[in-house]
Write a protein that binds this ligand. Structure first.
Ligand code: G6P
Length: 483
């Protein structure tokens, strides 16, 4: 009894000390990447904010709560990560060369990434990759446990960190844990291939709230959990090891106001006019913007457009395509091959249909500043987004937010999460080449009224449900979970 009372008293004292400790954060975000990245061209101390609405939204929620962001600085070289960014504290979680190979390139991007994207490339299963994945996840859990305040809140992001919720719960049962998966969660038949499927499920079930991009992913997960773990319950509320876990869809979005503002910026509008002029003042500009990834269907899209130049439904000089492919995971063989094949397709298309001074496709393998992307979105009459599978696809939402003149047209894969909301798009099955061609043809030839109706429907849906709304609704749902 005495011993128990002493232990309790000690634990209360420890708890109070933790609560008083202002170095601990009320809200911790853990993600595979920090919100800043190193820009190697500009000297060793140059760190820039990573692009995208996610960083802005999470920064704003962290700023108000003595927040901390734990993540990888994107390099295996020890670097001087700044201690804070826009008032939020940063904690770098470094990984070794071996972990880069086995955790990042291996288990995260050659096992989970393809498996969760319909196995478009065959996933590879290696036990030593799994070991590295568990090891890095444990390091994250420990780093979070050491830095979160008593009864604090932790928000863990994405497929690289699926074991962290359970590991963290074991270390710190007092904290509230949310997990959000940014990519699809696969159907049962595919997930069953994973030799460590039970561990991943148990890892995720350590959270109080598990968020997905779309309802389908949430129900894939809950069905899988009921089948392969002791979880019981419904698709939206599971009981596991005496706890209740909420599961739901929280579709991520963009920073609508920021994009609308940029799209009205006179300098960006002038740049957009300049782009059209540089493209030879064509009647119709078609645009693709993607991370160079085999899930994005870039080659299929180029093949479709190329065949349309071939059969005369598109005409050199009158129609022109721009494809931006943002460099990604370049040390992975699948990505290297994808780039090679894509560049071959681009060069064949220009070789066959281009004219001197009049290429039919302009290809940029570059990471463009966001302002330049907005200028491109403004210059494009038809935006083509045709992934084979995509958690959400924010490019589609960015394009829609730029088009306040209601003239742009969006061709969108029905396998992108964004398709659930952007019903005004010209929908395609990216595997159906004839269907893709037909949708592009309809988009190119759509009259102004049809384009306006479709675009205003999509803008109405996207404007309010921005990334701030996404972050707030996730955190509100997390606060409402039972502890
Ligand atoms: C997707 C994932 C993110 C990832 C990003 C870039 O959007 O959901 O977690 O950070 O791709 O990939 P990378 O491997 O460069 O981090």
């Amino acid at each position: 009894m005495v011993e128990q009372a002493t232990q309790q008293a000690e634990s209360v004292v420890r708890g109070r000390a933790r609560a008083r400790d202002t170095t601990k954060a009320q809200l911790v975000v853990a993600a595979n990447r920090l919100p800043v990245h190193h820009s190697p061209n500009n000297g060793s101390d140059d760190w820039r904010p990573s692009p995208g609405g996610l960083v802005s939204a999470l920064t704003s929620v962290l700023q108000n709560r003595n927040g901390l962001w734990i993540g990888w600085p994107g390099t295996t070289e020890p670097e001087n990560v700044p201690p804070s960014y826009e008032g939020i504290r940063l904690k770098a979680l470094n990984i070794t060369e071996d972990e880069y190979e086995n955790f990042y390139l291996g288990f995260s991007n050659a096992t989970l990434w393809p498996l969760y994207h319909d196995a478009i490339r065959a996933p590879t299963f290696h036990r030593h990759w799994w070991q590295a994945y568990s090891q890095v996840n444990m390091r994250y859990a420990q780093a979070v446990a050491d830095n979160v305040a008593l009864n604090g809140t932790v928000w863990i992001h994405d497929y690289q960190l699926q074991l962290v919720p359970r590991m963290l719960r074991e270390l710190r049962p007092d904290v509230r844990i949310g997990f959000f998966l940014h990519i699809p969660f696969p159907p049962i038949e595919l997930f069953m291939q994973l030799p460590w499927r039970r561990d991943i499920l148990a890892g995720l079930l350590g959270a109080d709230l598990i968020g997905f991009q779309v309802t389908q992913a949430a129900s894939n997960f809950s069905r899988m959990a009921r089948r392969q773990s002791s979880a019981t319950g419904t698709d939206s509320l599971l009981d596991f090891e005496g706890r209740s876990i909420r599961v739901g869809a929280f579709p991520i979005s963009v920073d609508s106001d920021q994009i609308v503002e940029l799209a009205h910026d006179p300098a960006i509008r002038a740049r957009s006019a300049e782009i059209r002029k540089d493209l030879g003042d064509p009647e119709v500009v078609l645009l693709g913007v993607d991370r160079l990834d085999y899930t994005k269907g870039i080659q299929q899209r180029i093949k479709a457009v190329s065949e349309m130049f071939q059969d005369g439904s598109l005409k050199p000089g009158k129609h022109v395509m721009v494809q931006v492919a943002v460099p990604s995971r370049e040390t992975d063989a699948h990505y290297e091959r994808e780039r090679h094949n894509l560049e071959q397709a681009v060069s064949e298309m220009n070789g066959e249909h281009g004219q001197v001074g009049n290429p039919v496709i302009h290809y940029l393998h570059q990471n463009l500043p966001f302002a330049e992307l907005v200028a491109l979105y403004l210059a494009a009459d038809v935006m083509i987004v045709t992934p084979f599978r995509d958690g959400m696809n924010l490019v589609a939402k960015e394009y829609v937010m730029c088009r306040s003149d209601l003239t742009g047209r969006l061709v969108l894969s029905e396998f992108a999460g964004a398709a659930a909301e952007l019903r005004g798009a010209f929908m395609v099955n990216p595997h159906d080449l004839e269907g893709v061609k037909e949708a592009i043809r309809l988009a190119v030839n759509a009259g102004p009224k049809e384009a306006r109706d479709r675009m205003s429907r999509m803008r109405r849906k996207t404007y309010r449900r921005d990334v701030y709304d996404w972050a707030e609704s996730f955190l509100l749902a997390l606060r409402q979970t039972a502890m």
